[in-house]
Design a protein around this ligand. Sequence first.
Ligand SMILES: [Ca+2]
Ligand SMILES: [Ca+2]
Length: 509
Amino acid sequence: MHSSFARLTLLTFAIGVSSLSAGNGTAAKEKPRPNVLFLAVDDMKDWVNCLGGYEGTVHTPNIDRLAKRGMLFTNAHCPSPKCAPSRAAIMTGLRPSTTGLYDNGHWWLPNLPDVVTIPVHFRNHGYRVVGAGKIFHHTAGNNPPNQWDDFFRLTFRNDPWFRSVKLNYPWSKSGPYPEGFPFSSVKGLGHENDWGSLDIPDKDYDDALSAGYAIRFLKQKQDRPFFLACGIYRPHLPWYVPQKFFDLYSLDEIRLPEVRDNDLDDVPEEGRKLAETRRSDLELIRDAGHWKHAVRAYLASISYADEQLGRVLDALDASPYAANTIIALWSDHGWHLGEKTHWHKSTLWEEATRVPLIISAPGHQPGVCDRPVSLLNLYPTLSELCGLEPIKFHDGVSIVPLLRDPQSKWNRPAVIEFRYGNAAVRSDRYRYIRYHDGGEELYDHETDPYEWKNLAASAEHAAIKTELAGWISKQWAESAPTKKSFHFDPDTFTWTHRKTGKTTSGKQR
Ligand SMILES: [Ca+2]
Ligand SMILES: [Ca+2]
């Protein structure tokens, strides 16, 4: 039997048994369990003021104030630098190499129907679990309704890209591009890559609606502990936000990333291939003289997301739940805005993997923690903070010890995986990358924060390379079937495997 298949079969069985015995976690009845406010942002790199990733000024007053009341992790990394695999890993606590969910086309529900996700784990322990916006990847195979007691989906009704394509989802509407498209005036960019302000009221933007859902929930009386997830879609493309957020940034003050012409000369072939993917977007933008405009649009989108988070935080503080609610804020991965001549995500370098992570928990002091941590750790951490039964199978570890003492000993690096066989390992000081064909990179962040000088061939670093390589998965699950393998019926939320005829339903509630 294929070893990774055997591992996953064992895991599925064990989780199935575990979920049957769950639901008896009422021992701590006299002390109410804390609520969880689970805040996600999309494609937000370390360009928030409190992390200092952007060398100019970025306006993120709400993330900054959350950082002051919680633990700010300054060396946090995504499990995978792309939406669906990162979110699937965060929500299941399992690495892509365990589940085979490596890319956006891999749908977890029809492939792993028995895995217990974070909201289901909390629901099994008596929590009301609700959410809005983008928590799982938003497509139907990645965010089925049976995961939540209630969920407010992104409507995309005002995004021209989504209006212009026919999507097979019951909640999407389609129509022609609006007049004036593309608003960025950069011709030839893919339709998702536009930026500008839409001629709609601020309250009609998708993220304002998602935040509004969370705010309404917090104003209601809740009769049991809750897990409230709010997933803000910006700064994911397209960068459409109200004009006032563009106005925060003067073009003259925009700082462009420093790029070295020969930077990729010492990068192995697989790394260069990742850098080259969709480089044409960067070239179109630069050739049009709009690089600064694009960077400004990304910054404006960050500030817009920050404002929506602030609205939800204000609602929490005005509610009776403020003193007994854990807040966790994370971004699913970072982004390149020209660094290493790359545009978009989907690389194993610092720009694509370093993310904001803040956890504010009652009874824990605020602080700053520089230890390397992975967002895979969110699931076991929240489970422990709320006193739930430990989850049986996961690839992360609880970082509650770091909430107690951010300086405590911590020898575990963050591991980032991207597609089959490619991984990065980020320690306190180093980043090691190994591609599926054996190509390697090693960077020393103490002397080279921009990862310009690849030290992988240096004999004096051989021991460090070996140590970091030891954290990479030894076995990699085969890629999960893609959505093309299934026929999806949006009316019944049922997937039928085209070859085997096996069906999986997401509509169990
Ligand atoms: Ca994303
Ligand atoms: Ca280089």
